[in-house]
Each structure stands twice: as structure tokens, then as C-alpha cells.
Design a protein around this ligand. Structure first.
Ligand SMILES: [Fe+2]
Length: 202
């Protein structure tokens, strides 16, 4: 080895080693959970729907997934904090509603993945993607919980109907049917809630 080469080896090798170590430390420091700017990662699939259609549907369904996750916890808030003469009936009704929403969360998340997308079902995703207003922490009376949930279910139904129109426009009958089913179930819950209030004529 001539002098120039041996000098290069002596000077540059430790630098290279240190740089490699620094890169390794930096990669290890990257968050394992992606941050707020997450995009849905799409996967290859033999599903014949065009990729842009699948991506648009996955984006819409992600908003729905966040909304149902949020709604499920809003219903739980009512289930836990309700007080008043209507407690037991409504406490049990809210329990049933939350369990029903659990099943819908799974169906919507799986539809995202069936379309080649990635299901974003973390609490943080729900907070970012939900179309609902935050549930208040100062509501206690039975009828006030019912009124608050009526407001949330009404917004939820509107969102589902928009989703169903969107899926229809993109000619995905399966997602359209999913939205139609969810909207039917939500409208039924809206009826249960409204029927829990004193009779009101328009
Ligand atoms: Fe409970």
C-alpha cells in the first residue's frame, strides 16, 4: 500500500464508521407510529376497480372510520355519565348502541383494506378524521344525553348519505351497499333516541 492510500484509509475509515453509526442512531430515533401527516398507503391488488377510485374510496371510508370510532366513544360517554329517572333503560340502550358500532368499525376498516388501503384506526386518527363535534363533559341529565346523541347521530347520518352518494358516483356497489346499511342502522338509532324524548308534534 503506498503512502497516499494508507493515509486515506487511516483518515477516512473512522469518519465513514462514525457516519454509519450516526445514520443508524437517526433511523432508530424515527417514530414507529407515523405522525399527523400520514397518508393512506395503498397496496397492489388484483381488485379490478381502478387505483384512483380505490384511493378516493379509501379516503372517504377513513373519514367514516374516524367518525364511527369517535361516535362509539361518545355513546360510551353517555352510557357512563347518564343520571336521572330514565337511567337504566338509556344506560342499557347506549351499551347496545356502542356494541353495534364496534361491529361497524370492523366492517369499515376491512373495506378500506379490501380496496388496497391501510386502515387507520388509532384514537389519534379518530380525533383527526371524525366529522363530529367533541362530546361535552358537563352533560348529566338523561334527556340532555339523548339530545346530544340525536345531534351526533344526525351529523353521522348526513355523513353516511354523502358517502353513499360518493360510492355510487364512483360505481362501487359494495361500498355503496355498506354506506346504505350503515345509514339504515344509524337512522334506526336516531328513531330510538327521538322516541326516548317526550312526545313532540311539529
Ligand atoms: Fe357498561
Amino acid at each position: 500500500m503506498n503512502k497516499k492510500i494508507s493515509l486515506f484509509v487511516v483518515v477516512m475509515l473512522p469518519v465513514k464508521f462514525l457516519l454509519a453509526q450516526e445514520v443508524a442512531v437517526m433511523s432508530a430515533a424515527q417514530p414507529t407510529i407515523p405522525n399527523k401527516s400520514d397518508q393512506i398507503i395503498m397496496h397492489k391488488t388484483s381488485n379490478p376497480l381502478p387505483e384512483n377510485v380505490r384511493k378516493n374510496l379509501a379516503d372517504q371510508l377513513t373519514k367514516t372510520l374516524g367518525t364511527i370510532l369517535d361516535l362509539r366513544y361518545q355513546v360510551r360517554m353517555a352510557h357512563w355519565n347518564i343520571k336521572g329517572a330514565g337511567f337504566i333503560g338509556l344506560h342499557l340502550l347506549f351499551d347496545q348502541m356502542a356494541m353495534e358500532l364496534d361491529g361497524f368499525i370492523d366492517q369499515v376498516a376491512e373495506r378500506v383494506v379490501i380496496l388496497g388501503g391501510t386502515a387507520l384506526g388509532r384514537v389519534q386518527d379518530a380525533s383527526e378524521n371524525s366529522v363530529l363535534e367533541k362530546y361535552p363533559s358537563d352533560v348529566f341529565a338523561d334527556q340532555d344525553h339523548v339530545k346530544t346523541l340525536i345531534n351526533r347521530f344526525s351529523t353521522y347520518v348526513k355523513h353516511l348519505n354523502e358517502g353513499s352518494k360518493f360510492a355510487g358516483k364512483l360505481e362501487d356497489s359494495v361500498t355503496f351497499d355498506l354506506y346504505t346499511m350503515l345509514s339504515g342502522a344509524a337512522q334506526k338509532r336516531l328513531w330510538f333516541l327521538e322516541s326516548s324524548l317526550p312526545v313532540a308534534t311539529k
